[in-house]
Design a protein around this ligand. Structure first.
Ligand SMILES: Cc1cc2nc3c(=O)[nH]c(=O)nc-3n(C[C@H](O)[C@H](O)[C@H](O)COP(=O)(O)O)c2cc1C
Length: 359
């Protein structure tokens, strides 16, 4: 079944000309070296998917404390920058554009997964109480240490350093990860943020850190190179945003605060509240990327067609089909995803998914 022709209209994202309305959604793949340098095969993985036009990378830690999973990449040391240079060069040679997703995991972490073994940091000392993969098997996420007020602005500075490093590595921009239960989202949600300083309490205060990070990054590298991802109401990482009305109020405020920053895009991982998505569309002045949870293949371009989104990033289909764009154009079948190699496996399940030309 073919998708809506709305997918095939070109789009200008800030200063970037995109050939269509699809993109690569950010996906953690856990293939980085132990020091956080992207693996050599990461250049192949992203270059293979360059026909998606805009490639948003896997979550990448902006600092040592930003890491929570095994073998995720970083973008804060000279070695990280050198490693990402290989990736950006390969993607640009294949005519793609790369935004590095800056992901600080906050409390969704385990000390056994990091080289420094420090306890995780978060808005408040409240455990996510999640079963978490570690080298010795599944363990509960520990109770994090609450960041002091001074440390909160230090974390914003880490995002700035990482964003500058990403640009030095040749990236076209960065996506600030404000979604899916990680640090920024933990500041937004009342059940993970019980601070009594200017970063906690009211909707305005809980939004402050996210807006501070976005403003600081945009000031450092330019708003045209800065995107941000949110996931209103997604309960990932045991977050509870207090029901539909509270979530609407929270995100209408947040998006109104982000709007004047002129960021190049807002990326919504959409849990399904279409009334809220409609308000976000009205409030947001630039490009809106929407990944609608649970969509079927034939619905990929429905939000584009309806005018609710400008770009529809693809996750798992693009992971398993480096030529997903061609397959959608030709209405050809997709490769099946291999669940065993999503988060490990080296080259296997990473750069060996066949294209139509190599069945
Ligand atoms: C293996 C895997 C890893 C993911 N890692 C990230 C990540 O690092 N950052 C992020 O924002 N979302 C991450 N996601 C969510 C995807 O970006 C996307 O929103 C989700 O997969 C839904 O899109 P889909 O149905 O097209 O796969 C991940 C998803 C998968 C399947």
């Amino acid at each position: 079944m073919t998708i809506s022709p709305a997918a095939w209209e070109p789009f200008t994202l800030g200063t970037i000309s995109l050939p269509h309305r699809l993109a690569l959604a950010p996906m953690t793949r856990n293939r980085a070296n132990d020091d956080g340098t992207p693996a050599e095969i990461a250049a192949d993985y992203y270059a293979q998917r360059a026909s998606l036009g805009l490639l948003i990378t896997e979550g990448t830690q902006p600092s040592a404390d930003g890491q929570g999973y095994l073998n995720t990449p970083g973008i804060y040391t000279p070695e990280h920058i050198a490693g990402w240079k290989r990736v950006t060069r390969a993607v640009h040679e294949a005519a793609g554009h790369l935004f590095i997703q800056l992901m600080h995991v906050g409390r969704l972490a385990h000390p056994d997964n990091t080289p420094h073994h420090r306890e995780p940091v978060a808005p408040s000392a409240i455990s996510a109480d999640q079963d978490f993969f570690t080298p010795s098997g599944m363990q509960k996420t520990p109770t994090p240490r609450a960041l002091t007020t001074e440390e909160v602005s230090g974390v914003a500075a880490e995002f700035v350093h990482a964003a500058r490093s990403a640009i030095e590595a040749g990236a076209d921009g960065v996506e600030i990860h404000g979604a899916n239960g990680y640090l920024l989202h933990q500041f937004l949600a009342p059940n993970s943020n019980q601070r009594t300083d200017q970063y906690g309490g009211s909707i305005e205060n809980r939004s402050r850190f996210v807006v501070d990070v976005a403003r600081a990054v945009a000031d450092a590298i330019g708003p045209e190179r800065t995107g941000i991802r949110i996931s209103p109401g997604f309960p990932l990482g045991a977050l509870d945003e207090g029901g539909a009305e509270a979530t609407r109020a929270q995100y209408r405020h947040l998006v109104s605060e982000l709007a004047p920053l002129n960021l190049t895009y807002l990326h919504v991982h959409h849990a399904g509240d279409d009334e809220l998505l409609g308000s976000i569309r009205e409030l947001w002045p630039s490009a809106l990327l929407v990944v609608r949870y649970g969509r079927e293949r034939d619905q990929i371009a429905d939000d584009l067609e309806a005018g609710l989104a400008d770009i529809a990033p693809l996750g798992r289909w693009a992971l398993a089909n480096p030529d997903v764009v061609e397959r959608l154009r030709l209405d050809a079948p997709f490769n099946q995803i291999d669940p065993d190699t999503l988060y490990s496996g080296g080259s296997r399940g990473y750069i060996d998914y066949p294209t139509l030309a190599q069945p």
